[in-house]
Design a protein around this ligand. Structure first.
Ligand SMILES: NC(=O)c1ccc[n+]([C@@H]2O[C@H](COP(=O)([O-])OP(=O)(O)OC[C@H]3O[C@@H](n4cnc5c(N)ncnc54)[C@H](OP(=O)(O)O)[C@@H]3O)[C@@H](O)[C@H]2O)c1
Length: 428
C-alpha cells in the first residue's frame, strides 16, 4: 500500500469533529477504498482545552491555522472553520501557495472568492474540493462535475437550506406564525450566528452560485443571483398555499434561457404532492435537468455532523486516489461571466394583498393588474379583519417584470394595506 495521506484539519466544530469520528471509526475501510491510509497528523481550533467528545490527543495541535499549513507532515489541508474572509481565506490561500491540496465545506468563501481561489489552485496544480459546501450529504458537486459531465444542463433548482425548510414545514404542521417558529429554530441551534444568512436566503444563494458555476461553465458570481428571504412569509401565506394544494419552499432556480442565465433564490410555491412539495424539515433536494438525462433528482440530509463529514471524506478519498478535477468542472480561463437575465419565463404567480374594506377596492386592484398586463386566474378572499380584507390572487402565466409592475400599480391605488406578497408558482 502507498504512503499515508496526512491531513491537517483546521476547525473542530460540528463538521471537524464529524470528520475525526469517521476517520477514527472507518480507518481500515478508508485505506482500502483510497488505496492508502488516511491519517490525521495535526489539528487546529480556537480553544485547545474544550472537550470535543473525540480523542485528539494523538494529533499535533496548532493555534494558528496558517502554521498548520506549513507543517512538513501535512499533505492535505481541510478547512472547516467557516467564514467568507478571515482565517478560512488566509489558510486556503496559504495552502495553495504551499502547493498543498485543500478540501473545504465553506460555501461563503467559495461563492465570494471562488474564482480567484480556483485560478490560484489551477496555477499551483493543487486540488480544491468543496462537496460539503452544497447540500450537505448529497454528492451533488460530484453528480454535476462527473456523472452528468456529458450533459448540456438547462436547469438546476432545489431546496438548499434545511433551516428555512424546517421553518416553513413547521409553520404549516403546527399552524404557528413565522416569529414563533424562528425563535424555536434559534433555541434548537438551527440558525447560523447571523440568522439572516439562513432566513435571508444568502446561505442558499451561496450554494446556488457554486452549482451554477459547474452546471453552466460560468464564473461563480454571487451578485448575479436575485435573492429574497422567507422573512415576509406569514401563516396566512402558508394557509392559503395549503388551501390551493401548494407549498411554499425557499427555492433556488438557475435556468439557461436564450437571453442568458436566470438565477434566483426566493420563496416559491410548488405543488404539495410534488417531490419538492413533499420535502420536510432539514432535508435538501436538488433537481438537475440536462439534454441527455432529462431530469435527475437528488434528495438527502442537507447539514449535520455525519452528512457533512461524509461529503468531506468523499473529497479526501478522491484526492488520495490521485483524482484531479478542475475546481469548477472546466479550466478557469474557460469559465464565462454569468450573463444574468431577468426571469423571462412566464409562470403563474401568487399575490397576497390586504385591501381596505371599502366599496370598489377590489375593482381598483383588478384594474391595476390589467393595466400591467396581468390577468387573474383565481381569487379568494379570506374573511374580514376589522376594516381589512385579505385577498389571494392566482394569476395566469406572466413574467416577473409584469408582476413587479402590477404590484407597484396596485400599491399606487391607495387601497392596499402594506405591500403585496408575490411568489412564483413553479411546476415541479
Ligand atoms: N454544520 C453543518 O451542518 C454544515 C453543513 C454544511 C457546511 N458547513 C460548513 O462547514 C464549515 C464548518 O461548520 P461547523 O458547523 O463545523 O462550524 P462550527 O461548529 O462553528 O466550528 C467551527 C470551528 O472552527 C474553529 N475556528 C473558528 N475560527 C477559528 C480561528 N480563527 N482559528 C482556529 N480555529 C477557528 C472553531 O474553534 P473552537 O471550537 O475552538 O471555537 C470551531 O472548532 C463552515 O464553512 C460551514 O458553513 C457546515
Amino acid at each position: 500500500m502507498s504512503s499515508p495521506l496526512r491531513l491537517g484539519i483546521a476547525g473542530l466544530g460540528t463538521v471537524g469533529v464529524g470528520l475525526v469520528r469517521i476517520i477514527q471509526r472507518n480507518a481500515d475501510l478508508l485505506a482500502l477504498r483510497a488505496g492508502r491510509p488516511i491519517e490525521i497528523t495535526a489539528v487546529c481550533a480556537r480553544s485547545r482545552t474544550r472537550n470535543r467528545g473525540v480523542d485528539i490527543s494523538g494529533y499535533a495541535w496548532e493555534d494558528d491555522p496558517v502554521t498548520l499549513v506549513r507543517r512538513d507532515d501535512v499533505d492535505l489541508v481541510v478547512e472547516l472553520m467557516g467564514g467568507e474572509n478571515g482565517p478560512a481565506k488566509a489558510l486556503t490561500e496559504a495552502a495553495i501557495a504551499a502547493g498543498k491540496d485543500v478540501v473545504t465545506a465553506n460555501k461563503a468563501l467559495l461563492a465570494m472568492h471562488g474564482l480567484d481561489l480556483a485560478r490560484a489552485a489551477e496555477e499551483a496544480g493543487v486540488a480544491l474540493r468543496f462537496e460539503a459546501a452544497v447540500a450537505g450529504g448529497i454528492p451533488v458537486i460530484k453528480a454535476l462535475s462527473e456523472g452528468l459531465a456529458g450533459n448540456r444542463i438547462s436547469c438546476v433548482k432545489g431546496v438548499m437550506n434545511g433551516t428555512c425548510n424546517y421553518i416553513l414545514t413547521r409553520m404549516e404542521d403546527a399552524g404557528l406564525p413565522y416569529e414563533t417558529v424562528f425563535e424555536e429554530a434559534n433555541q434548537l441551534g438551527y440558525l447560523e450566528a447571523d440568522p439572516t444568512l439562513d432566513v435571508g436566503g444568502i446561505d442558499a444563494a451561496h450554494k446556488l452560485t457554486l452549482l451554477s458555476a459547474i452546471a453552466f461553465g460560468v464564473q461563480p458570481d454571487f451578485d448575479a443571483i436575485t435573492t429574497t428571504g422567507i422573512e415576509r412569509i406569514s401563516i396566512e401565506d402558508i394557509r392559503a398555499a395549503a388551501d390551493l394544494r401548494l407549498r411554499i419552499k425557499l427555492l433556488g432556480v438557475a435556468r439557461l434561457s436564450g437571453r442568458g442565465l436566470e438565477q434566483s433564490m426566493s420563496p416559491c410555491l410548488v405543488p404539495a404532492d410534488s417531490p419538492l412539495g413533499q420535502l420536510k424539515g432539514g432535508t435538501n433536494m436538488v433537481v438537475i435537468e440536462g439534454d441527455a438525462i432529462e431530469q435527475v433528482i437528488l434528495r438527502g440530509p442537507g447539514a449535520g455532523e455525519g452528512p457533512t463529514a461524509s461529503a468531506v471524506i468523499g473529497d479526501i478519498i478522491d484526492i488520495a486516489r490521485g483524482l484531479r478535477l478542475p475546481v469548477f468542472g472546466q479550466p478557469v480561463a474557460t469559465l464565462q461571466p454569468a450573463v444574468s437575465a431577468r426571469a423571462t419565463a412566464a409562470k403563474p404567480w401568487y399575490l397576497r394583498m390586504t385591501l381596505l374594506d371599502k366599496p370598489g377596492a377590489l375593482a381598483k386592484v383588478a384594474e391595476a393588474l390589467g393595466n400591467a398586463g396581468v390577468s387573474i386566474n383565481r381569487m379568494r378572499q379570506y374573511g374580514h379583519e376589522d376594516t381589512r380584507a385579505p385577498v389571494v390572487i392566482i394569476t395566469h402565466k406572466t413574467t416577473r417584470d409584469a408582476i413587479d409592475h402590477a404590484a407597484s400599480l396596485a400599491l399606487a391605488t391607495g387601497v392596499l394595506v402594506g405591500e403585496p406578497v408575490a411568489m412564483a408558482i413553479e411546476a415541479d
